[in-house]
Design a protein around this ligand. Sequence first.
Ligand code: SF4
Length: 257
Amino acid sequence: MASSLPRNSAQTPKKVEFSEAEASDFEESSAEEILTWAIQNYHPRLALSASFGAPEGMVLLHMMHQLEATSRVFVIDTGRLPQETHDLVDRMRERYDKPVEVLFPDAADIGALARAQGMNGFYESAENRRACCRVRKVEPLRRYLADLDAYVTGLRREQNENRRNARKVEVDPAHGGVVKLNPLADWTEEQVLAYVRSHDVPVNRLHAKGYPSVGCAPCTRAVARGEDPRAGRWWWEDDRVKECGLHVADEEQGSGI
Ligand code: SF4
C-alpha cells in the first residue's frame, strides 16, 4: 500500500501529483485499500463512474458506501438507456439511500447529431457510432470530470484487449490529469460475481436475461452461453474499434461504458 503518497485536503482541493513509480506501488493493493486511500485523499472531489449496466460498478459502489456513506456516484444517461438500467438507479437509491449524480448530453449537440446522421446512424459506420458516443458519453464525462480530482472505474484487464494494460491507479491525460482509479483491474469475472452474491449487491436485471454488459439499448444484445461477455456490445464492429472514448486518451480506441 502506497501510504507515503502526498495527501490532499477536501477543503483545499487540488490534484495529488505522483510518479509512475509511485503509482506502481498500488499494484499490490487490494480494492478496499485503494478506495480507502482515495477517499482519505480526494473525497468529496472523488466520484465513482458507474454505468449501472455492469456488476463491477455496483461492487465498487457497495465498497465505497461501506467506507464513506457520502461517497459520490455518477451515471451518464445517454438518452438511449434501457428501462432496466433506470430501474437499477432507483433500486440502488432505495438500498443505500444514496443520491445519484446523473449526467446528460447537451441538447443542442443531440439535435445536431440527429440532423447529421438521423436517429440510429450509429449502425451505418464506425465514424457515426463514435460521433454518437462522443456526444452522448464522452463530452458529458469531460465536462463533469473538470470539477473532480479523481474518479473510480470498474475496468478490468481481462475485459478486452484495450484494457489489458490498465493500472490500478493512473493519471488520465485525456481529462486534464485527473487521477483515475481502477481498483478491480486484476479481478476476474468470477471474483466480481462472487462478491455480488456474498454481499447481495443489486445488479441490472438484464444480466439474468443474457446481457453480461448493458449499455445503450440499441447497441446491446444478449450473448450466447460461453460467448465473450462483451460480444453483445456494438456487435457489428471489430473488437479493436469497439471502445467509445471514456477510458483511453486515443478516441480511436474508445472506452466501453
Ligand atoms: Fe450512441 Fe450506441 Fe454509443 Fe449509446 S452506445 S452513445 S446509442 S452509439
